[in-house]
Design a protein. Structure first.
Length: 87
């Protein structure tokens, strides 16, 4: 069963106050030279599907439930064992 990683971020035109707060705090912590921070969410799912069926299921879940397509964009990919968050 493939494990799918989904990364969700606010669209570029949407203000990201959490990202801005992180960007503002980093120089005070000694991490200068960091700009344009975006904060989002990362999901990992085991999906019982393969090939085109996997594509359709993940796209449908992202569009219909996991994201707000008005303000968020997403990317997803199938990950292998060493990329898993629980590894």
């Amino acid at each position: 069963m493939p494990r799918v990683a989904i990364d969700v971020l606010l669209k570029r035109e949407i203000l990201d106050p959490e990202g801005r707060a992180v960007a503002d705090a980093l120089p005070g912590l000694g991490y200068a030279g960091v700009d344009d921070v975006r904060v989002g969410k990362h999901l990992e799912l085991d999906v019982d599907a393969d090939g085109d069926a996997l594509d359709e299921r993940v796209e449908s879940m992202c569009r219909d439930f996991l994201t707000n397509p008005v303000i968020e964009s997403y990317r997803w990919r199938v990950i292998d064992e060493h990329e898993r968050a629980d590894a």
